[in-house]
Design a protein around this ligand. Sequence first.
Ligand code: SAM
Length: 199
Amino acid sequence: MRGLEQIPLVYDSLMAVMDRLLLGRWRRSLVQEGDGSVLEVGVGTGRTLALHSPTTQVVGLDPDRVVLRTALRRAPGIPLVQARAEALPFREDAFDVVVSSLVFCSVDEPEVGLLEVARVLRPGGSLRMLEHVRPRSRLGGWLARCIQPPWTALTGGCRPDRDTEGTVRSMGFRVDPGTRRSRWILRRFDAVPEGDDVG
Ligand SMILES: C[S@@+](CC[C@H](N)C(=O)[O-])C[C@H]1O[C@@H](n2cnc3c(N)ncnc32)[C@H](O)[C@@H]1O
C-alpha cells in the first residue's frame, strides 16, 4: 500500500514543519556520540539517519525503494538495505543499538519485528524508539480507532491506534525509566531485551 510515507517530496515537506516545531529535539536524542554499530530500521527519507555521528557504523533499512533513494542522497556513505523489520537480514548479536523513529506504527507485524530486533541486538544492546501511540483518553482512543482505516490508506501504512510501548514491553523488552519521555501521543524511550541489564 503506497501513501504519503512513500512520496518523499510530500513526506519531507510535512515532516520539515513537524521537526521544526516538535520532533527535531526528540530525533536528535536517538543518536549518541560513541554509539558503536547501529541499525536504523524504517529509515524512510533519512531524516534521523543523517544525524548519526560520522564515527558511528550505521546501517539503514526500509522496505521501500523510493524512500531509500532519498535517504541515500541525504546520508551518503551509509549502507542501506531494502528489507522489512520482520525479516532482518543480519546475524544475531550484530548491533549495539537499534534505532526506530516513527516506524512501528507502520510495521505490519510489530511483534515479529520486535523479536527480530531482540535477535540482532548484542547482549546489553538497546532499542531506541521515538514512536507515536494511541491517545490514553477513552475519547482519544475511540477517535484513533475511527480514523485508522482512512489514515492508514492516506499515509501508506501508519496506524494511529497502536500501543507500541505496550507491545515493546509485551515482547520481552524492559523500558529504561530514565530515558522515558512522553508528550501527548509521543513516546521516546530506550528498551533492552529482558534478561539484559538496563544501562
Ligand atoms: C513514518 S515513516 C518514518 C521514516 C523515518 N524513520 C522518519 O523518522 O522520518 C515510516 C517508515 O517505516 C517504513 N516501514 C513500513 N513498514 C516497515 C517494515 N515492515 N519494516 C521496516 N520499515 C517499515 C516505511 O517504508 C516508512 O519509510
